[in-house]
Design a protein around this ligand. Structure first.
Ligand code: 8X3
Length: 247
């Protein structure tokens, strides 16, 4: 029987790592991709997958990744990304914005472009982009991240239009508040108190909750394209309306 193969980027932690684990339990051979070799090697060993170290913002490294994946692929989960800083626009740091565009948008573009021939081989495949509720709304201080995630959302729609008639599904999952070990810590440049305060009194999503939905999207019959799933914690009615229990 054909064993399905998945590439998961951003597999060194958070949603990416949880997705790699979950897809392996769904029977996929998983190629774990990230910059941090040690983390993905441990994960690949745990799930019987493969680790390919790659900085997706570097075109040469992405070409090497594509060669390592080979000429057939069933699923690409573009999980690499992240937020840096929460400064209002008038105090925004241009290099932070550039970096967010690189890790969220250019990384997704380059991985998708390089792996598309393999995804289109055989019976076809699926591109599943991890966007964000930040790709659908605006919020104060979120400018660089919301702009990048809006770009991911539009890129997803563009690709679906451009691939019309070809056997590649193009999907986006847009999670809201997800507690991972790194997302908020990176955003607040290592300030653990500020990072923890984001989730105070809330029952947020965990990475496994998002991985669960990704697995569902990816395992629908081949003619079913789940365009977009927005998934938030029950406590988060909207970005600005979060029900917090007193601490
Ligand atoms: C969602 C995170 O901070 O934009 O990816 O709500 S946030």
């Amino acid at each position: 029987m054909h064993r399905r193969t998945a590439v998961v980027t951003g597999a060194s932690g958070g949603i990416g790592a949880a997705t790699a684990r979950r897809l392996s339990t769904e029977g996929f051979d998983v190629v774990c991709v990230a910059r941090r070799s040690e983390r993905i090697e441990v994960l690949a060993q745990e799930i019987g997958g493969r680790a390919v170290t790659c900085d997706l913002t570097d075109a040469d490294q992405v070409a090497t990744l594509a060669a390592a994946v080979g000429d057939s692929l069933d699923l690409l989960v573009n999980g690499a990304g992240g937020a840096i800083g929460l400064e209002p626009l008038e105090h925004a740091v241009a290099d932070d914005w550039r970096q967010m565009y690189e890790i969220n948008v250019i990384a997704t573009l380059q991985a998708t472009r390089a792996l598309l021939p393999a995804l289109e081989a055989d019976a076809g495949g699926t591109v599943l982009n991890v966007g964000s509720t930040a790709g659908r709304i605006a919020y104060e201080g979120g400018g660089g991240y919301t702009a990048a995630k809006h770009a991911v959302a539009v890129m997803t729609e563009t690709l679906r239009l451009e691939l019309s008639g070809r056997p590649v599904r193009v999907c986006e999952i847009a999670p809201g508040m997800v507690r991972t070990e790194e997302f908020s810590l990176t955003r607040f440049r290592g300030d653990a108190d500020r990072a923890d305060a984001v989730y105070a009194g809330v029952d947020p999503l965990e990475a496994d909750d998002v991985a669960d939905v990704i697995a569902w999207m990816a395992t629908r019959p081949a003619h079913v394209n789940v365009d977009l799933v927005v998934v938030k914690p029950l406590d988060q009615a909207s970005h600005h309306k979060v029900a917090r229990r007193p601490q």
